[in-house]
Design a protein. Sequence first.
Length: 162
Amino acid sequence: MRTSMLVTAGLIAVFGISGAGQRGGAGRGAESQTVVLEQAPTDHSTAIPKEKLEQYLKDMDAKQLATLRMIEGGKFNVNIRRISGAETALVHPNTIDTWVVIEGAGTLTTGGRIDNGKIVGGQSHRLKAGDVEFIPAGLPHGVSGVEGHITWLNIRWDNDWK
């Protein structure tokens, strides 16, 4: 957990709260379709300069990707999420998310229950560039009301380490 929090703090420090690019695809793709750029190293840190992040956003737009996995660590990963419309609500039974919104705006709904891909009985609030959101494992969540597009860094880790 300490490592994940350090990754989150490092990403915020490196990227600030601004981003670049246009719009990406809407919705969530299957996990098997997520593009993975690199495996998490175990013997050194990994820097992702703002210029590289900006190029990733341009590449995502050109390929119409909604998710780009920058670092894959098995029980943790660091992604860029970029959507231009509402996405189906979901819940991760064992995965914790921390989001850092870098551009755009939308509405995040959490809690309640999922019925036909939508959250019923949850609570909603606006997300905008600069916001940080912590989503615990097991909490239904989904984004809607996207104004143009919304892009966030998604730092995820599983809570079932043994």
